[in-house]
Design a protein around this ligand. Sequence first.
Ligand code: ZN
Ligand code: ZN
Length: 521
Amino acid sequence: MQFVYPELNNLNYEGISGIPAKVFSCIRTTFEHEYEYCYYLRYTTTTPKVVIIVTKEYNTFFLDLLRAMLNIKEFLNPPLILQRCMTLTNKELKKSFITLGNFQITNKQPNYVIETIKAFGVNTFVDIVFKMLLEERFIFHSCTPETIHPTIQAFLNVLQPFMWQHILIPILPLFLSSYLSSILPCIIGCTRGTYANFMMEFGEDDDVHVIDIDKHQEVSRCIRENYLVNMPMGIFMAKLDFIIANEQNFNDEDVIKLFKQLYKLMLERHSHFFKKNESKFEFAQEMFISSTSSFKDFLKHFSQSQMFFQFIEEETNRLNFNIPISPIINEIFTVNYKKLQDISSIQRRCGRCLEEIVKEDPVFQYQDNSVHHRQCARCIICNKFSDRKKCLLCGGINEPITKQDITQTPHNYHALPPTPPKQQNYPTPPPQDEIIFCKPPALPPRRSVSTTQAIPTVPSRTYPTKNNSKQLEQQTKITSGRANLSSSLTSPRTIERTEPTNKRPLPPVPNKRTNFKINYY
Ligand SMILES: [Zn+2]
Ligand SMILES: [Zn+2]
């Protein structure tokens, strides 16, 4: 039940009855390590009530259904709800997917992936997706719990055929906020109140990507190498630009196809590197990587990920059972994209790499009419893909943006306040009704035996002190070896605590790691 009220630190009648009715979703992991998608409608009449739908596949239809129930206040009359479902299916219909008595339920084409890309912009969305493939740590936060899971789900969907293998908690309840200090790859969503609570206790962490869903951007200075500066990537991004600019002609499936096509191109001839050793197939990874071209640098890192390992293992299993390996995508899916010849009859020089752009090259155009190779639309400071010549975090609020941005999504670019200096970013004072400060539980939390909510166990970071250098060393090994979750639980929590029971907002806690010198013995 705690997951139905993620804003509350502990469940009590007064707390529950005071918070608003909501429809939102999250994922739970079963003891068999399978995902189940939960859709919640919580509301209070004379007593608190909750409607929960659990499915094996994510489908926004259930959110629409619960929202319709919330809007028409017909909580207790399912046949009436189903009759009104007609109003939900106003877009192009897929074939029916549920039969309930006399009712056939169909669903409209989902579009939350396209909506998410529109909100974040192609550059930021792609930047986040490829960091997820490298299994970085992510925290997504928002003031509204209902936006968190669909946003995370949009990113997860375009990872196909790869599948996130690590900690995934779309909505972390407040009482578990210390989970945000996980040292393992993670994708964790939470309300801004939960994040603020965590920040007050643990301080800022430069090693995690913090994504502000309400601002549609990364707000942490977690800078990584960009391994994706190549022409095929430029063509892919230009095609994605085209889909987003002409979204009425496309749906989420098309976006997923485009990503799959890129992954197929990236893996090139990987199917040729399964070698039979005695009776079993094995993958010759090093030979494969040295055979690749444009994406070699990215693949060197991606091939170290659990996601890649899992993908190759499944392919190997198929071969061992005489099943052909997966084609990733079968159909040929063609999408137009903007080339230099579409905007200029003369040759241009790229404003970033200063090399000549030929007429067939995919391009990105800024407001000042300067033309870049599509893959050269990157921040000049941190090198990540960016709509601005200097990204917002590098101080580019006044930098030129594209004409397209202004005409199509002005709210994304003009509503944002200038980025304040880093130390003033957080903690943001949480909304008054959203947060109760108290001491978080020690990890791992105790759970009753009967619960089916399989919460991943999360070890916390150990900070350097005089006495724990050995422990740190162990922890580093555990992290770099990508040990499974339970093995790293052996490292006890040794973080200094600030005063967690203080009810007033605390001043920003400086990053503890920079305040200590590591003493080597
Ligand atoms: Zn260039
Ligand atoms: Zn930057």
